[in-house]
Design a protein around this ligand. Structure first.
Ligand code: GLN
Length: 199
């Protein structure tokens, strides 16, 4: 299994560390060629505008194509913004892989960052979650499942192959959310091998 971590900017190492703790050697993805042969990709937190500018062009096109093809994607914080169908105050989406609208820096109006414990559907009742100028979901499309809420806002959601969280599971020692994503990747590999794709 090869899981990539988009390594243009942001909390890249922390995701690699979480994967390593699960026995998976992640691959840092800095350019388009690094995407080949992956069975899953994590888009880390950071600054979504910076990441989208660094990925602009054919790299971004390839990310969009892989998303449409069903590659498992997990976006945390800025990564969630990159994957959203709509970003409030922004003309166009970046990758547009999950039917949600997000508001940037929604959790940061009073405090820049905070840590809390969340109940995450199907994963656990006591998941530690670190929020850093986090986006909140302000619209959830019909095909999207809300997996966690905080103070009435959706902060984690999934639509098929795409998982997003407003918060940073990679900044905690709890591996349950990464393990859940690895489960999505395993499922993808199983279904891909049925149609004869090698991973
Ligand atoms: N506020 C950042 C953005 O809009 C996201 C913050 C984060 O990823 N921790 O891109």
């Amino acid at each position: 299994m090869r899981i990539g971590v988009l390594g243009l900017q942001g909390a890249v190492r922390e995701h690699l560390r979480s994967l390593a703790q699960l026995g998976i050697k992640g691959r840092i993805v800095k350019k388009q060629e690094d995407l080949s042969g992956l069975s899953g990709l994590i888009l880390p937190g950071g600054e979504s505008t910076a990441i989208s500018l660094l990925a602009a062009g054919s790299f971004l096109e390839e990310l969009r194509r892989l998303a449409r093809e069903g590659l498992p994607l997990f976006g945390t914080c800025a990564g969630m913004i990159l994957l959203a169908h709509e970003v409030e105050g922004r003309e166009d989406p970046v990758i547009d892989a999950i039917d949600i609208t997000v508001a940037r820096n929604a959790s940061g109006r009073q405090v820049d960052s905070f840590e809390t414990v969340l109940a995450v559907e199907g994963i656990g009742e006591d998941i530690p979650a670190v929020f850093i100028r986090a986006p909140y979901v302000t619209r959830l499309g019909e095909g999207v499942t809300s997996l966690a809420q905080h103070e009435g806002s959706v902060v984690m959601a999934q639509q098929g192959n795409v998982l997003v969280s407003s918060f940073h599971p990679e900044l905690t020692d709890d591996l349950r959310i990464h393990r859940y994503f690895v489960g999505m990747v395993e499922e993808y590999i199983r279904s891909a091998s049925k149609v004869g794709v090698n991973h």
